[in-house]
Design a protein. Structure first.
Length: 209
């Protein structure tokens, strides 16, 4: 699929392996999620818009390029997506942050929205939707549908771990959205969890289980 980027950088692979392990503490898990997000962003944000600015070095005045920081929005899918926000803001601190709250029905595996708050000028921005896991793809599909309903057009989706089923579903529902992930795993199990995966990312980020 032309809209999917799977990272093979050794640092990302190494950190993702530690992330998966049962023995990794909540503190370490949070730190790793942030670090992996930062590493992924180098490629995912390659097309951020630039502008020329005049600066003064110790030697002379010169015209150089800087990021137009006002043109980026980060939208985590709550609650696990919150763990990835700081990784992006470390690189682009002037980005605006929206939030979409989704929960998954444990019986039907269908997503349900309970909250949506986006920057007022969302239609003018490069929008990076973040969620550590892409399992069935239902939450990502629904979240991106909502963003498009508010006028968003230039959208990327970042995740740590994806199932083939989720990538296929998201690509088919939103072929215009670029997908970035650190690892594509084997499959979904009968409960809709990614195998081998890393468990529930939200619980491991926030220590709620």
């Amino acid at each position: 699929m032309n809209n999917v980027t799977i990272f093979d950088h050794p640092l990302i692979q190494h950190k993702t392996t530690i992330l998966r392990q049962t023995k990794t503490s909540n503190k370490e898990f949070r730190e790793l999620v942030e670090e992996i997000t930062m590493l992924m962003c180098f490629e995912a944000l390659r097309d951020l818009p630039l502008e020329e600015v005049e600066i003064e070095t110790p030697i002379t005045k010169t015209t150089q390029k800087m990021i137009k920081g006002k043109k980026l929005a980060v939208v985590p899918i709550l609650r696990a997506g919150l763990g990835m926000v700081n990784g992006l803001l470390q690189l682009v601190p002037s980005a605006k942050v929206g939030h979409i709250g989704m929960y998954r029905d444990e019986e039907t595996l269908e997503p349900h929205e309970y909250y949506c708050k986006l920057p007022a000028d969302i239609e003018e921005r490069l929008i990076v939707v973040v969620d550590p896991m892409l399992a069935t793809g239902g939450s990502a599909i629904d979240a991106i549908r909502q963003i498009k309903g508010y006028g968003g057009t230039h959208i990327k989706f970042l995740c740590m771990i994806a199932a083939p089923e989720g990538i296929k579903a998201l690509s088919e529902a939103h072929p215009d959205v670029e997908i970035y992930c650190a690892n594509v795993d084997e499959k979904l199990n009968e409960n809709g969890y990614i195998v081998p995966g890393l468990g529930d990312a939200g619980d491991r980020i926030f220590g709620t289980k």
